[in-house]
Design a protein. Structure first.
Length: 205
């Protein structure tokens, strides 16, 4: 059973429909107390880092997610949800994140000729192969919408990048905590394959 964290800032319908299409059992969770009994969690997100952290902190989601990960159970952050996994973000002033991954979130700065936000399809370059990408070829396009990028402290946490003027972190994994800057739920068959892989993922913590 996959729990989808509903804190009012995510593409919940798209994520839930993608999991339903795959025949996976999933439930929207609106209260941290509901986490008990869920083996793995999805943290979607659309909007600003600061507002998202305010909402997670206000109702106790932040501590609940840390406990879930501390117990060795899988968590996948999507788009803003991936950014929230890090220690701090610079959107609307410096703010503390969940601190599940070492690093920070900074403005996307692609250089001349490229717009911010990055909106649209972009191919992935694998830094290292990982079970989450099992059965997905390198350089396949995924759908991105973001104005900020993650800078992990440890490069070993990066499993995929995309080229947007320079290498941008596209996917990360540390132990049982994973993040995808793109939207797998909007990335057609390859995105569905990633979600299916997450449902079967047995991380080595």
């Amino acid at each position: 059973m996959i729990g989808i964290i509903d804190y009012g800032m995510g593409n919940l319908g798209s994520v839930a429909n993608a999991l339903l299409h795959l025949g996976l059992e999933a439930e929207l969770l609106t209260d941290p107390a509901q986490i008990e009994g869920f083996e793995r969690l999805l943290l979607p997100g659309v909007g600003s880092f600061a507002l998202a952290m305010d909402r997670l902190n206000k109702v106790g989601w932040s501590d609940a997610l840390r406990r879930h990960c501390g117990a060795g159970m899988p968590l996948l952050g999507i788009c803003l949800g991936m950014q929230l996994l890090f220690e701090e973000g610079e959107e609307h002033g410096l703010r503390q994140g969940l601190g599940l991954l070492p690093g920070r979130v900074v403005p996307l700065n692609p250089g001349a000729g490229l717009h911010v936000p990055q909106i649209g399809w972009n191919g992935l370059d694998y830094v290292r192969r990982h079970p989450l990408f099992r059965g997905v070829k390198e350089h396949v396009d995924f759908y991105f919408v973001h104005s900020f990028q993650c800078l992990p402290t440890d490069p070993a946490d990066i499993i995929a990048t995309c080229d947007y003027g320079s290498a941008v972190t596209a996917a990360v994994v540390r132990g049982n905590v994973a993040g995808m800057q793109f939207h797998p739920e909007k990335s057609q068959d390859c995105g569905l394959k990633l979600l299916s892989n997450f449902a079967e993922w047995a991380p080595e913590c």
